[in-house]
Design a protein around this ligand. Structure first.
Ligand SMILES: NC(=O)c1ccc[n+]([C@@H]2O[C@H](COP(=O)([O-])OP(=O)(O)OC[C@H]3O[C@@H](n4cnc5c(N)ncnc54)[C@H](OP(=O)(O)O)[C@@H]3O)[C@@H](O)[C@H]2O)c1
Length: 318
């Protein structure tokens, strides 16, 4: 009985491995538009796909970053400046993409750009802090997608949305996790709707990786900014000691555990764009696969106990 079961599981993985190795044809004729190519995953993915021969249309937030990327890639890679938080910028970039892809349409749209935004405890923050993050990570991604979808449909292509393990488990206050939960929901409905048109939608859920976003100074600054603007009664409830212990925990234990090999994430993105049978979800990083994802299926009381272990207690906690 156990032998049959083991053989069945083995067969399942063998078939899956074989299916996932099938690659789409004519990759050199396919256009892929990637947002947030100035640094991190987007930058590496743009260079990786360029080396593989795809026609990369890379969007960077600044012209300086675009220039640097062009200097590191082939003449086939083209860049455009795009701020996904601004409608007029998205309209201009869409026109730019249209002019390049013509009747072929857009094979791949990778919604990668994002910010960590103001963070800390929810109570320290203002509505505007949440708006800032959601406007880029969630609404910006939605607007870019809606704008480019007609071109993706024409190519029967792919939409690859970058979420996070924070889209499965809310790991901190502020708009970041909320935006990633939103990306998961948006991708879910989009996947079912677009299946009618031969368009496939994949979600990438990385764990923690060392990029500008997880830069220690930047993260600590964002938490301090949140704290500084908190009302005085809130500061009293938490106390300075809470803030210092919280910052210490983040800087000494959480951020140093981030992984350095960004290709674990970009390889998933590449597979989602080039495989005949892409997955609907990709977890990238050991922490995502072995810790956060299993925890997202645990009973809430257990996940809460694990996630709050080691966290400081507010001065006026019961
Ligand atoms: N690093 C991680 O541990 C981690 C984990 C899970 C998910 N993610 C997700 O992965 C994606 C890429 O992040 P990353 O880690 O590679 O960080 P990153 O190096 O900071 O890259 C983010 C990119 O997005 C760009 N960007 C920011 N705001 C933008 C806007 N309004 N319009 C257009 N582009 C904008 C940034 O440009 P500027 O630098 O010019 O602002 C930057 O090039 C994000 O969606 C992030 O949420 C990251």
């Amino acid at each position: 009985m156990w032998l049959y079961l083991a053989a069945l599981v083995g067969l399942y993985y063998l078939v899956r491995w074989y299916r996932e190795r099938q690659v789409v044809s004519h990759l050199r004729d396919k256009y892929v538009f990637i947002t947030g190519c100035g640094s991190g995953f987007g930058n590496l993915l743009a260079r990786q796909l360029d080396m593989r021969g795809l026609r990369v249309l890379a969007a960077c937030r600044t012209e300086k970053a675009a220039e640097q990327l062009r200097a590191q890639s082939s003449d086939r890679l083209e860049t455009v400046t795009l701020d996904i938080g601004k409608t007029e910028s998205i309209t201009a970039a869409t026109q730019w993409v249209k002019e390049r892809v013509g009747d072929r349409g857009l094979w791949g749209l990778v919604n990668n750009a994002g910010i960590s935004g103001p963070s800390g405890r929810n109570e320290w923050l203002t509505k505007q802090d949440f708006v800032t993050t959601l406007n880029v990570n969630l609404l910006g991604t939605i607007e870019v997608t809606l704008s480019l979808l007609p071109l993706v449909r024409k190519a029967r292509g792919r939409v690859v949305n970058v979420s996070s393990v924070a889209g499965r488990l809310s790991l901190g206050g502020g708009g970041y996790s909320i935006s990633k939960y939103g990306i998961e929901a948006f991708s879910d409905s989009l996947r079912r709707e677009l299946a009618h048109f031969g368009v496939k939608v994949a979600v990438i859920e990385p764990g923690s990786f060392k990029t500008n976003m997880s830069n220690t100074e930047r993260v600590l600054r964002q938490i301090r900014e949140g704290w500084n603007q908190a009302r005085s009664e809130i500061k009293e409830i938490y106390g300075e000691k809470f803030l210092e212990s919280y910052l210490k925990l983040i800087s000494e234990h959480v951020l140093p555990a981030a992984e350095e090999n960004l290709s674990e994430v970009t390889d998933c993105m590449e597979h989602a764009l080039t495989a005949c049978h892409p997955r609907t979800r990709y977890s990238a990083g050991w922490d995502a696969k072995l810790f956060y994802l299993p925890m997202s299926y645990m009973p809430t009381f257990l996940a809460d106990a694990i996630l709050t272990r080691g966290l400081p207690r507010p001065a006026k906690a019961l």
